[in-house]
Design a protein around this ligand. Structure first.
Ligand SMILES: *Cc1c(COP(=O)(O)O)cnc(C)c1O
Length: 439
């Protein structure tokens, strides 16, 4: 290769350089500091302190040789990926900055952004699997994820084996053995272990470290990544890559976006797996749009503040609810009653989060009276926004789950799911108190 086609000599204008360091004088900077500038060079954008939104579908090459070199990277003919921007289905400045900053939070090698959490999950599964393969997954999963595995992947000859979130090392060992046998029978492999922890809406935690041990005992770690949906606790309260996961999946729609005003998703983790997912995203599309990427950059500046405040609020609200005579129980990670779950929490979690379930005495009628009388908390699905939301999973998000499976997963008619926001905690408690009076 001659110097003339060395893109480092002729960098594509306005492509933000890969950030070189996250350190100052040997000190590793914290994510909350890096969110203000990491991966963005104002001198490439007229000195604009904040990145402009780049509304363009394509990027002009400085020379034909640069164009060729970029395509060699995009198509994988040369390792290392694209060195400049080519076309907005592959990447663009706002998305690059976002991906660099998302990787920081999880301590990941690389990150990818998507137009929704489900786009991320769907592309992950499609990239990992071929006909005959078996996906091993924890249960419960987000309903659309569970449906994607069971119904969509099934159309392509991919089957699954699931295990309950709290499974012990012995149970996990059995699950892996079963999956291996099933894959051999179908002429495939086990190319993906897919976790969600805590599970929605029960908050049951998966022992990621035990899953890694079971995976390593039965499969090649380089061919069978452990991916985990970290939407409920990430990026602040659970760092799955530190505990043996290879990939972390998010619905950025929730805590990371944090204002209930956008839909987006991401995957971050080990480069070798990210590369395969990026290749499929390049082909299919599904990258987040520049405007949403820009909004997420703003969100990332406050994600730590928002999550801390929401977490403190949830702790106060749960202390109130726990003592209330009309409350039967709580599914809150700050008040775990099961020894094994507490052990997983202690090893994996840095905070209890702000999304939990409350079991009221009674059933659907009592829950509906409670929900219909809330004045501050809004009656809506979703979570992780600045505002407090409440919903009834059995009749809403999990209505499509068969009754028997709902019972098995602990999604009873008396369960109300609450996502606490950043309002004043005492105002929230007053709201829950008056709504409970109507029950
Ligand atoms: C919302 C959610 C998803 C799906 O994300 P979208 O951004 O709505 O596509 C996936 N997993 C969990 C745990 C979620 O809460």
């Amino acid at each position: 290769m001659t110097d003339a086609i060395d893109a480092t000599e002729n960098p594509t204008p306005r492509r933000n350089p890969k950030p070189e360091t996250t350190k100052i004088a040997g000190r590793e900077l914290k994510p909350s500091t890096l969110m203000m500038g990491h991966g963005y060079d104002p001198t490439l954008s007229e000195g604009s302190l904040k990145p402009p939104i780049f509304l363009t579908s394509t990027f002009a090459f400085p020379s034909a040789a640069d164009g060729k070199r970029h395509f060699e990277g995009i198509t994988g003919q040369r390792p290392g990926g694209a060195e400049g921007l080519v076309y907005s289905r592959f990447n663009a400045p706002n998305q690059e900055i976002l991906e660099d900053r998302l990787a920081i939070w999880d301590g990941a090698e690389e990150a990818l952004s998507f137009s929704s959490g489900m786009t991320a999950i769907a592309i992950l599964m499609l990239a990992a699997c071929k006909a005959g393969d078996v996906i091993v997954h924890s249960g419960p999963l987000y309903a659309a994820s569970e449906g994607f595995v069971a119904k969509i992947m099934a159309k392509y000859g991919v089957t699954y084996i699931d295990f309950p979130a709290g499974a012990t090392p012995e149970e996990l060992d059995e699950v892996m053995k079963k999956a291996k046998a099933q894959a051999e029978e179908q002429g495939g492999e086990v190319p993906l272990i897919y976790l969600e922890s805590p599970g929605n809406p029960t908050n049951a935690l998966v022992d990621i470290e035990a899953v890694q041990q079971a995976r390593d005992a039965h499969f090649d770690a380089d061919r069978c990544p452990i991916a985990i949906d970290n939407t409920f606790l990430g990026p602040l309260w659970q760092r799955p890559l530190d505990h043996g996961a290879d990939l972390v999946v998010y619905s950025l729609t929730k805590y990371v976006g944090g204002h209930s005003d956008l839909v987006a998703g991401s995957i971050s983790g080990r480069k070798r797996f990210i590369d395969a997912i990026r290749a499929l995203r390049n082909t299919m599309g599904g990258i987040v749009d520049p405007n949403t990427a820009w909004m997420l950059l703003r969100s990332l500046e406050t994600v730590e503040l928002r999550m801390q405040r929401a977490g403190e609020n949830a702790e106060k609200v749960c202390a109130f609810l726990k003592a209330h005579p009309k409350v039967e129980g709580l599914g809150y990670l700050g008040l775990i009653e099961d020894e094994r779950q507490q052990d997983i929490y202690n090893r994996h979690c840095l905070g209890a989060g702000s999304t939990f379930s409350v079991f009221l005495k009674g059933g659907e009628a009592e829950c509906f009276r409670f929900l219909d009388n809330l004045k501050i908390a809004k009656l809506a699905v979703s979570l992780g926004g600045t505002e407090t939301l409440a919903s009834h999973p059995a009749s809403m998000t999990h209505l499509s789950v068969p009754h028997a499976r709902r019972q098995q997963l602990g999604i009873s008619d008396s369960l109300v799911r609450i996502s606490i926001g950043i309002e004043d905690a005492d105002d929230l408690i007053a709201d829950f108190e008056q709504a409970l009076e109507h029950v």
